[in-house]
Design a protein around this ligand. Sequence first.
Ligand code: FCB
Length: 453
Amino acid sequence: MNKYLFPDQFLWGAATASYQIEGSPDADGKGESIWDRFSHTPGNVWNGETGDVACDHYRRYEEDVNLMSQIGLNAYRFSISWPRIFPAGGGKANVKGLDFYRRLIEKLQQHKIRPAVTLYHWDLPQALQDRGGWTNRDTAKYFSEYAAYVYEKLDLPVSMWITLNEPWVIAILGHAFGIHAPGVSDFKSAFQVSHNLLLGHGLAVKAFREAKRTGEPIGITLNLAPVEPLTEKQDDLEAASRSDGFMNRWFLDPIFRGSYPADMVEVFSRNFELPKTEKDDDQVIAEPIDFLGINNYTRVIVEASGDKNAFMGTPVNPQEAEYTEMGWEVYPQGLYDLLTRVHRDYGPLPLYVTENGAAFPDELDENGQVNDPRRINYLEKYIHQCWKAVQDGVPLKGYFAWTLMDNFEWAFGYSKRFGLVYIDFEEQRRYLKNSAYWYSKVIGRNGLESDSL
Ligand code: FCB
């Protein structure tokens, strides 16, 4: 068998997000979030489902950490629900809300699982949405105040801090396409949101440097995708470059180079008024970070749409490829392409895959087993590409599978199962899928063993 081993100290984790797993929307003084409001508004989520119960993780977190330990994870990425800590967005903090995360981290510590904390995975306090949410520049300031409070009061070691999860998704799916909370469909405001999010990120990093959490790294998680032109024709090449600008460079450039990419500023300004910015914003956004988290699931192939002003080409799905339940192409090499490209263009800096995984139509059999060979195949192929990237000098320090357990997949409700652990939502029972047992072996030997890669 060939072995594909990773460097010592490599983090093997799984990731989750507060709204997708916690439930208990009013417990211990929690305030309403935009996802509570959005999911309770008819027509927004598949089958009218909400995160009211989800995996009931708020009450079952000990059982869930035991599962992580059974799998052998050495890291766990979760997010803090801002409205648990500041029910009204700002003002008076709710001590009981933070206590939950303290209990969770203590339990992780008992099992030697390192906590990777995301401060914002989409559940904005509704009270702030009522004042414009992320379209309002003040939200960036409130975000950094919430972050500063957590840095100060969460008096337990944290292995990695992540300011935001996927600002592109928040801005575009939430504010341009309206399919995520807060359900707004207005491109102009989406770009204001993307700017205010980056500003919030920069302010939260600055606040972190002032807090005394020495030795703990901070970064951000971006959803990035390798973009390829359908053909080498000039029009397709240009469409691919603009799509890459829209999906990737619009976030990478300001963070790592201190300014928005000039070609995209030009393209966007042909479509609408650009976001309002202030003098020092560029500098705040480019506040140096310690690592970049990358979420990647698939690649994007585009062809020219015929409209030179379009910032996205027309996506094309290759016919012979395999697709997941999300309709995303399984394309492992894309992760290698992405890691090496980010390293080349924006490095040197430690990288983490903070999410990668797949939804398949899993079924629990009568013996309580879930046979999910397609997920195992997906994870193996993508992890192999991570290994290749490491061989080629990419400082990849960890890999987090999305996700620990089946959960509330946003607008898709409970219809998409991404977990290593199968959840019977009615009974709230957990079952390790075969992929969890497989992952456990990967972690145990710190890499892959295979003859077929
Ligand atoms: C990412 C999200 C995560 C999950 C996966 C499938 O965009 O960060 O919460 O929904 O996709």
